[in-house]
Design a protein around this ligand. Structure first.
Ligand code: NAD
Ligand code: IPM
Ligand code: MN
Length: 349
């Protein structure tokens, strides 16, 4: 039996996770041996108790669960993001979830904000390094509150960290039959880390002679994503750039309401979450689109050994999009709950 730890989190994370759980219930009823427990980590708990996510709980997840599912974290009552950082980045770092897998796939041409782009044109996968770079938390502030204040945030790039995400991207390209890997950095300005990324990309790339290697500086990559997105198959980049690439990528494929993701360490307990945040202004209003959260359930089930269920869930979402049984951010009129119910009805039919 596969066990999942579910953390609805904050804001619309709570709304969309309710729908994700409906899908898990449907999958379970169809005979898949899964079970889940729900955990109330998030802003409310933090504000009431000061607890973010205890180390013992991370150990519990690591030892007793096969996957963790998070809706979203972030709340305006915690402006420094303390709890969100400890919960989300804490899990990514403590579980060493170095692969941030974020597919970008257009399900219907009308959802693309670019002119004359087909579903074939917008179909690529982004691998974001997920444990290092500017997110590593190295740095500090001195002379705070004075005119001489200094803030330093250092980008950490280890040979091991850079190499393993690049190798994962090549391996994925090879296994999925995608012909090209694009690496993006800012090596024209940031020579030290850029040099390491360039060398690792060239050296690991030699192990994959059949896969084309492409490079764009990050500014040019974002421009190319808008100008000629059809060139992309697999993109690999550092933590910070990967964050930015995947919000733009989500938008190319219809918006945050359709973007799912996985934070993965192959073979270990991994974390799954929609790319979007907690959109606090939509919380509790039956407005949030649950399809990103539902597609994320599919990505998680694939990781847990049920790839057919990922396909079935993805097909149900494609059908919902095609028949306009979707929430209003995609041009439909369904509420959060009705949208989840519609997907469940397709899965049960
Ligand atoms: P956001 O993704 O929460 O919302 C940005 C906008 O995108 C929303 O105003 C809305 O218009 C749209 N949107 C996002 N998800 C949607 C959905 N499911 N359905 C319909 N529309 C949707 O990003 P933000 O406003 O920058 O951040 C809000 C909070 O979430 C912040 O605290 C931020 O730090 C946090 N955040 C958390 C995560 C996470 O937990 N993984 C990711 C990103 C942001
Ligand atoms: C994401 C989010 C997070 C990130 C935030 C909430 C720290 O934007 O998952 O894309 O930057 O990784
Ligand atoms: Mn982001």
């Amino acid at each position: 039996m596969k066990k999942i730890a579910v953390i609805p989190g904050d804001g619309i994370g709570i709304d969309v996770t309710e729908e994700a759980i409906k899908v898990l219930e449907a999958v379970k009823s169809a005979g898949v041996d899964i079970n889940w427990d729900t955990f109330d980590y998030g802003a409310d708990k933090y504000l009431e108790t000061g607890i973010t996510l205890p180390d013992e709980e991370v150990e519990n997840f690591r030892e007793n669960y096969d996957a963790i599912y998070i809706g979203a974290v972030g709340d305006p009552r915690v402006p420094d993001m303390h709890h969100a950082k400890e919960i989300l980045l804490g899990l990514r770092f403590k579980l060493d979830l170095y692969v941030n897998y974020r597919p970008v796939k257009l399900y219907q041409e009308s959802l693309c904000p670019l002119k004359n782009k087909t579903m074939d044109d917008i179909d690529f996968v982004v691998f974001r390094e997920n444990t290092e770079g500017l997110y590593a938390g190295t740095g500090g502030i001195i002379k705070q509150g004075t005119p001489d204040e200094v803030a330093i945030q250092t980008s950490i790039n280890t040979r091991k960290g850079v190499e393993r995400i690049i190798r994962h991207a090549f391996e994925y390209a090879k296994m999925s039959g995608r012909p090209r890997v694009t690496m993006s950095d800012k090596s024209n300005a940031m020579r030290f880390e850029g040099d390491l990324w360039q060398r690792a990309f060239a050296e690991v790339g030699e192990e994959y002679p059949d896969i084309e290697k492409q490079h764009w500086y990050i500014d040019a990559l974002l421009m190319q994503m808008v100008k000629r997105p059809e060139q992309f198959e697999v993109i690999v980049s550092c933590n910070m750039f990967g964050d930015i690439i995947t919000d733009l990528g989500a938008q190319l494929a219809g918006g945050m309401g359709l973007a799912g993701s996985g934070n993965i360490h192959p073979g270990r307990t991994s974390l799954f979450e929609p790319v979007h945040g907690s959109a606090p202004k939509y919380h509790g209003k039956d407005i949030a689109n649950p399809l990103a959260a539902i597609l994320t359930v599919g990505i998680m089930l694939e990781h847990l050994g049920y790839p057919d269920w990922n396909t079935r869930i993805e097909n149900a979402v494609i059908e919902a999009v095609k028949t306009n049984n979707v929430p209003r951010d995609l041009g439909g009129s369904l509420g959060t709950s009705a949208s989840g119910d519609y997907i469940v009805s397709l899965l049960e039919s």
